[in-house]
Design a protein around this ligand. Structure first.
Ligand code: M6R
Length: 600
């Protein structure tokens, strides 16, 4: 769950590598480092902390190198200090490696190397790779063919996931290889680029090639070679990417999270309109919906919260039972799956390790698999039986906002399509949804929060309460606020308060209550009274005209209940953003987190 980049060409490599790394920081920001070729040697600079620390350290250095690799880290093995920062090297400093992924058998490989006398200088799994390569190259001349063969031998010993970029002393080449971690290369006018993700190199080229598992890539000025696992060179078919530069630029926004909140309505509309053309119904395998079948959903974090709304819609409108779980639990909960199962996996990135492992499990048991993902080139999109693409555009802030709305859009389209397939009529209309989002999706609630911020930012705990769909929205609101403001947040189902959680409510408590469903209005109001009589201050977010005395009401447009999630999430996303800013935190890069969780 790190970002790797590489550049080789006639330009100055270090500024390009640092600039590219900036757009990969969403993948991790515990430490950063670069290695570059100069003369016959390879040099390295690395620092603990965000990329800016490394950039400052390199600011006044005149580095003329045209060949460099870089890394931004989310720590898995070893503390986030300078010794564990990448590039990692072998003992003789001949080989420098940056790595995204996790080597599952690193402990046994490391013990074996220690037995052979190798002395390690870090706690990382990556150093094992550098040391193994050094052993393979021992006594051999450093030619690119020898390095390719050494890489081919070493990767056969590795279990787990990796995208590696490697520099070897005396060679002006970048070597790269991947397995189950993303890696792309790009080219323009003889300059060659490598990265974990398209945004990193988009300002330099839109000619991209996706690398397949176990392929070995060699980049030098003016040439990219890709070898398959039999070391046969393959033909390169670059494709032009559609991602636009403005998608990855801040423009007039202060942060990507702010920009992405503002893009929520567009993400929904783009997704739904695209899916209308895509015709989800025609993409589904009708035979899988014949007779008996069972439905399952697995996802993580925000994607799971979108999935909970999918479950509710399918059960309410289609009257079909749906089993739902965190992907990290699903894969270990002995799910009862067969060729009668239909499993839906939701993931913005399409590279979340637990979601992918759940997908593998479902496929191995014969299930029909449906993906909802935002990254068309992701592993999830490529491996499900049918992928329903969301069109949120690039989402860079760690806290997912517009992707959640796009997922909801895709979910509504999927539910309508399944109904069509099963010849069931239902009270959901995609055109109504579009109209509601077009009219109301851009409304902002910043003013509402402004006056409350001083009090809310001092809290140790903030509660979110709702019932039914409002409870699922409360879960997403609580996740958003906790992950970037570091205030403990808990979502509680309104009806469960008396069964325990009410004990947490004191006159100091603030509770955000969601109320968007007419059928649950009375019950939710009762819960408000219960909490108020214990002194709680209530912030009510509602689409209804409620006559109730609370600390603050955020009045949403009165949309039909079935579509309220598209409108009700926005104020909570704004609250999270404003609290983080108020308390001086970077909303795009919350502590300890990274955007794509590619490790278990
Ligand atoms: O890429 P995915 O949708 O699979 O990611 C799942 C979660 O890691 C993600 O939603 C996470 O919870 C976000 N940081 C929430 O804002």
């Amino acid at each position: 769950m790190c970002g790797i980049v590489g550049y080789v060409g006639k330009g100055l490599a270090i500024p390009i590598v640092l600039d590219s790394l900036k757009r990969l920081e969403y993948r991790g920001y515990d430490s950063a480092g670069v290695a570059f070729c100069e003369g016959q040697s390879v040099f390295r600079e690395r620092r603990a902390g965000k990329l800016i620390v490394l950039s400052e350290a390199l600011k006044n250095r005149m580095i003329s190198s045209g060949c460099a690799i870089g890394h931004t880290r989310w720590a898995t093995h070893g503390a986030p200090n300078v010794y564990n920062a990448h590039p990692q090297n072998d003992t003789s400093s001949n080989i420098f490696v940056v790595h995204n992924g996790i080597i599952e058998n690193f402990a046994e490989l490391r013990d074996d190397l220690i037995d052979k006398g190798v002395v390690f200088s870090s706690q990382t799994d990556t150093e094992v790779i550098a040391q193994l390569l050094a052993i393979e190259l021992l006594g051999k001349i450093h030619t690119y063919q020898n390095v390719v063969r050494a890489i081919s031998t070493v990767i056969k010993k590795l279990r787990g996931s990796f995208a590696l970029a490697i520099l070897v002393k005396e060679l002006d080449y970048i070597f790269a290889v991947k397995r189950s971690s993303p890696l792309i290369v790009g080219e323009k006018n003889g300059e060659c680029f490598l990265a974990s993700d398209i945004p990193a190199i988009l300002p330099y080229t839109d000619k991209i090639l996706h690398i397949k598992d176990d392929e070995i890539v060699v980049l030098c000025t003016g040439k990219i070679r890709v070898y398959d696992n039999n070391l046969k060179q393959r033909k390169l078919l670059f494709r032009k990417v559609n991602t636009k530069m403005q998608e990855i630029m801040l423009g007039s926004f202060e942060s990507f999270m702010q920009k992405e909140i503002f893009e929520g309505a567009k993400a929904t509309i783009d997704t739904v309109e695209r899916l209308q053309h895509f015709d989800v119904c025609s993409q589904l395998d009708k035979t899988r919906f014949d007779g008996d079948f069972d439905l399952h959903i697995a996802a993580c974090g925000t994607a799971l919260h979108a999935g909970r709304i999918a479950k509710l819609l399918i059960e309410k409108y289609l009257r079909l039972p749906v089993d739902i779980d965190y992907a990290s639990e699903f894969r270990y909960s002995y799910p009862i799956l067969s060729d009668k199962s239909i499993c839906i996996f939701i993931s913005q990135s399409g590279e979340t390790a637990d979601t992918l492992a759940s997908l593998d499990l479902a496929k191995s048991l014969g299930a029909y698999t449906i993906g909802i993902t935002n990254v068309a080139s992701s592993k999830l999109a490529g491996e499900v039986d049918v992928n329903i693409p969301t069109s949120a555009g690039v989402e860079l802030a760690v806290a997912s906002t517009k992707a959640y709305l796009a997922q909801l859009g895709a979910i509504y389209c999927l539910v309508v399509s399944i109904a069509k397939l099963l010849h069931k009529s239902l009270d959901l209309d995609i055109n109504v949804l579009l109209e509601i989002v077009r009219q109301n999706g851009d409304m902002t609630y910043c003013r509402d929060w402004e006056t409350l911020l001083p009090d809310l930012s001092e809290l140790d705990s903030l509660f979110f309460v709702g019932r039914g769909v409002d409870y699922y929205l409360a879960m997403e609101g609580a996740l958003k606020v906790k992950e970037i403001s570091y205030i403990h947040c808990e979502a509680m189902p309104a009806g469960e308060l008396k069964h325990g959680s009410l004990a947490l409510i004191t006159p100091q408590s603030y509770v955000v209550v969601l109320l968007t469903q007419a059928e649950l209005m009375e019950k939710t109001i009762n819960a408000i009274h219960e909490m108020q009589s214990r002194g709680a201050k209530i912030i009510l977010i509602t689409t209804k005209d409620v006559q109730i005395d609370v600390t603050h009401i955020i009045k949403l447009p009165a949309v039909p209940d079935a579509y309220s999630p598209f409108i009700a999430i926005r104020p909570m996303q704004e609250l999270a953003y404003m609290l983080a800013k108020h308390n001086g935190y970077d909303p795009d890069k919350p502590r300890n987190l990274a955007k794509s969780v590619t490790v278990e």
